[in-house]
Design a binder for this molecule. Structure first.
Ligand SMILES: NC(=O)c1ccc[n+]([C@@H]2O[C@H](COP(=O)([O-])OP(=O)(O)OC[C@H]3O[C@@H](n4cnc5c(N)ncnc54)[C@H](O)[C@@H]3O)[C@@H](O)[C@H]2O)c1
Ligand SMILES: O=c1ccn([C@@H]2O[C@H](COP(=O)(O)OP(=O)(O)O[C@H]3O[C@H](CO)[C@@H](O)[C@H](O)[C@H]3O)[C@@H](O)[C@H]2O)c(=O)[nH]1
Length: 439
């Protein structure tokens, strides 16, 4: 089948590559000329395990192309996937300008039937706005071409995006047209072999399903962070509590890891946008605003612990900081807890020697020559003249450090762990103080 994907970011590029990988002809379109120029040379603008190989293989096989030419893109595919950003507006609502710009482009150039498939995370009612935009543009052209708008939200996680796309838990298809549902099912058949994964529903329910999933996951995390803060005050260990409740299959082990707050491009913005949608409907979504507030507070937790350990302040102290990305296996630092911590530490006069296996370039782009922040190319370099170690992201390579060596390196012999990576006993045996979350 022939597919166009608008937007070549985390979602668009993964969608395009995976659809090409199962034999489709795919054209990825982006307005960012520099990004497309790089992609044409096989240079991938983001770090996502396996993506570079998949993109290159499919380009070589002639199944995956890139363009900035809107007309070429619209002409190409029967399916016109929309995978552009929906960043938060000033009031927290999702900004639809990129989505509607794509709708306008499609309508300006289409000459036959198209299926516009929305993969971007958009508020309920967006498909209606997309439809109206297309109708208005077609009317301007004096055309009455047929088209459909489908909501097909994406649930992939950064860091495991290819796997999530290839073996999804579910494929949600929101449409009011049974014929379109069948076409989408055929397109997704290669990802639907071992069991039935396609769930079809009306468009508004599909749009809401995406926000419901993210809000539920964010709620689990904020709930655990709230309990972690309580556990500290009660002399309990949240890690034991996590095992204790996770073993109940009704609760489950996933997404109940306490930490220094959730980040990324999705949870923070989607919880806010859903809250905003509720407000527009005259409903105060109390739980959602609590989820958000707990998370905002949690991002300051590490700094609070550090400040409590250093009652005279951190001025003149040097911290080794491991992990800048909002989670492991990505270079994405959108809404990353590390950003809040680096700002707080440097503002208080500390020096931060930061390392991340993939996100250093992104940190440089965000912070530039920020006073007090030093970028370390090697994990070991962070420890030179460091007083203490802070862990913000749970990359695999941070799991098993030599605690005795750390004890010799760190002048103040202390670790602040925002991801509860270590068994406290082993850290303490090496003569180190160990602060974690909720224990
Ligand atoms: N990142 C994720 O893990 C993830 C997962 C599921 C859903 N989503 C949702 O998917 C959407 C895209 O997210 P992302 O992280 O891939 O964003 P991104 O910022 O990485 O990529 C968006 C791309 O769209 C391009 N773009 C903007 N306007 C365009 C236009 N008119 N035509 C073509 N390209 C255009 C931008 O240049 C950019 O390259 C968002 O709504 C997001 O909430 C993201
Ligand atoms: O138990 C947990 C699990 C995650 N996190 C944090 O939560 C954030 C988000 O993690 P994750 O969900 O793994 O990454 P994303 O790539 O943001 O994926 C989420 O957001 C995407 C965009 O909407 C959705 O498609 C995915 O299904 C949804 O998991 C990160 O900061 C994690 O550190 C925790 O603190 N505790």
């Amino acid at each position: 089948m022939k597919i166009t994907v608008f937007g070549s970011g985390y979602v668009g590029l993964v969608t395009g590559a995976c659809l090409a990988d199962v034999g489709n002809q795919v054209m990825c379109m982006d307005v960012d000329q520099a990004k497309i120029d790089k992609l044409k040379q096989g240079i991938i603008p983001i770090y996502e395990p396996g993506l570079e190989e998949m993109v290159k293989d499919n380009m070589l096989a002639g199944r995956l192309q890139f363009t900035t030419d809107v007309k070429e893109a619209v002409d190409f595919g029967l399916f016109q996937f929309v995978a552009v950003g929906t960043p938060p507006d000033e009031d927290g609502s999702a900004d639809l300008k990129y989505v509607l710009a794509v709708a306008k482009s499609v309508a300006e150039h289409m000459t036959d039937y198209k299926i516009i498939v929305d993969k971007s995370t958009v508020p309920v009612g967006t498909a209606d706005k997309v439809k109206q935009t297309v109708l208005d543009e077609l009317a301007k052209r004096g055309e009455t071409l047929e088209f459909d708008v489908v909501s097909n939200p994406e649930f992939l996680k950064e860091g495991s995006a290819l796997d999530d796309f290839m073996k999804p838990d579910r494929i949600v298809i929101g449409t009011d047209n049974p014929r379109t549902a069948e076409l989408l099912k055929a397109l997704y058949a290669p990802f639907n072999r071992s069991r039935e994964r396609v769930i079809t529903m009306d468009i508004r329910s599909a749009e809401l399903t995406k926000y419901a999933a993210n809000a539920m996951l964010a709620t689990k995390i904020s709930f655990m962070n709230e309990l972690a803060n309580l556990a500290e005050r009660l002399g309990a260990d949240i890690e034991h509590v996590r095992h204790g409740i996770g073993s109940d299959s009704r609760i489950g082990y996933s997404f109940i890891y306490p930490g220094c707050g959730y980040g990324g491009s999705c949870f923070p913005k989607d919880v806010k946008a859903l809250e905003r949608t509720a407000k527009e409907m005259g409903y105060h979504a109390e739980l959602l605003s609590a989820v958000e507030n707990v998370n905002d507070r949690q991002k300051h937790r590490l700094f609070e612990k550090i400040s409590a350990h250093y009652p005279d302040g951190v001025q003149g102290k040097t911290f080794a900081l491991w992990g800048l990305a909002f989670k492991p296996n990505t270079d994405d630092m959108r809404e990353a807890p590390s950003r809040v911590l680096i700002d707080a530490l440097t503002a208080a006069g500390a020096t931060v020697q930061a390392y991340d296996p993939e996100a250093l370039h992104e940190a440089r782009r965000i912070f530039g020559d920020k006073a007090g922040l030093m970028y370390c190319e090697k994990q070991a370099d962070t420890l030179q003249t460091a007083d203490a170690l802070i862990i913000v992201t749970e990359w695999k390579q941070f799991r098993s450090p030599d605690f005795d060596a750390l004890s010799r390196s760190l002048s103040d012999k202390v670790i602040f762990d925002g991801r509860n990576m270590y068994e406290p006993k082993f850290v303490k045996q090496a003569g180190l103080r160990y602060y974690a979350i909720g224990r």
